[in-house]
Ligand binder design. Structure first.
Ligand code: ACO
Length: 325
């Protein structure tokens, strides 16, 4: 019996030109490089230029991923963009990316699960491929979080940045063992009762304005370590694998302390953890594909490696995925 899987055939990324360091932030806000680094592990973030939109970042990352895959835009059957910072309320940023790429044969839509967005988008695309509805997909995480930050709120604005990352997935048939390439499984969860811990205080149907990100940092932290550890164990158990089988752990980059806490809970050693928070900060749905991009560029993640991803975000939403690269 052959099993249809979504195999990663290309990975791309894009970061805006402008770098904003902690020291620069400290010049206009009551904060310090030391506080930000100690509490979060962040030293700088990238900020989109005026007029540079989420679709521009996503398109650049998608082009990079297509080129890595040796694909043209015309080869793509599905585009899913994970974002909480769309160019416009509608249409979906994915359709804007589609037009910019010239991916005329694709269907395109957005997925909104905040920092878990990329895991949700990967799960969605994987299911479209597994069901046979499409043979290829672009899964993009793209964000301009700088546009929804209250730059007077030192408790939140120091933590986030802008960027985009993308994967090209292609349907391949194999024996379906955990040694075969492709997405082995994804695991998604939500709990809408936790809305108040992390949300944006605006929107078309409430205030009519875009609003700003609001967060109960300590509570988010508490949920993050527990839930992300649980959902990674769920992924390992579903595939009859253990933490020692993991080649690379690529968590959502929210806070270095959350990443270290989760890796410790799982018994994954630090040298197997991909960390980009120091230079990217938290780019929400873009953080995992950007980290995958960095680790494929520097040759850490290689073909056939077992990669574990996980994230938690506003909603709350959380999820994990195991990929044989
Ligand atoms: N600079 C200096 N001082 C600050 C700053 C800042 N940028 N921000 C807050 N403070 C102050 C607070 O006012 C407080 O002062 P007080 O004691 O006089 O009241 C003090 O520092 C401690 O504040 P806490 O909020 O208790 O600091 P904490 O140790 O919890 O760290 C942080 C805050 C970094 C936000 C942490 O709670 C955290 O990382 N939480 C997880 C949130 C997260 O990662 N969210 C991302 C989105 S969700 C996700 O992606 C998983």
């Amino acid at each position: 019996m052959t099993v249809r899987r979504s195999v990663v055939v290309g990975c791309g990324g894009y970061l805006p030109e402008k770098v904003l360091t902690n020291d620069e932030l400290a010049q206009r806000l009551d904060t310090s490089d030391e506080w930000i680094r100690d509490r979060s592990g962040i030293t700088q973030r990238y900020i989109a230029a005026e007029g540079e939109m989420t679709s521009d970042l996503g398109t650049a990352a998608a082009r990079d991923a297509l080129s890595a895959a040796g694909f043209t835009a015309a080869d793509i059957g599905l585009i899913v963009v994970a974002t909480s910072t769309p160019d416009e309320t509608f249409p979906a940023t994915a359709t804007v990316v589609q037009a910019k790429l010239g991916a005329d044969k694709a269907m395109a839509f957005d997925v909104q699960a905040v920092c878990s967005g990329f895991v949700y988008a990967l799960a969605t695309a994987d299911n479209f491929i597994k069901s046979g509805q499409v043979d290829s997909a672009l899964v993009i995480g793209a964000e301009t979080f700088s546009r929804i930050l209250d730059w007077q709120d030192r408790g939140t604005c120091v933590l986030f940045g802008d960027g985009a990352g993308a994967l090209v997935l292609k349907a391949e048939s194999g024996a379906g063992t955990t040694a075969d390439r492709g997405v082995l499984s994804t695991h998604l969860h939500s709990d809408g009762r936790l809305h108040d811990l992390l949300y944006v205080d605006g929107g078309p149907s409430s205030t009519g304005e875009v609003g700003f990100l609001r967060m109960e940092g300590k509570e988010v932290f508490r949920h993050a370590v527990v839930k992300m550890a649980e959902v990674t164990v769920e992924a390992l158990e579903a595939n009859d694998l253990s933490a020692s089988d993991i080649d690379w752990f690529v968590p959502h980059q929210a806070n270095k302390r959350i990443i270290d806490g989760t890796a410790k809970k799982l018994g994954i050693s630090g040298d197997k953890v991909v960390v980009t928070i120091e230079s990217h900060a938290n780019t929400s749905a873009a953080s995992i594909p950007l980290a995958l991009w960095v680790a494929t560029q520097d040759q850490r993640i290689k073909r056939d490696d077992l990669v574990l991803i996980e994230a938690l975000g506003g909603g709350m939403t959380w999820g994990s995925g195991l990929v044989r690269w």
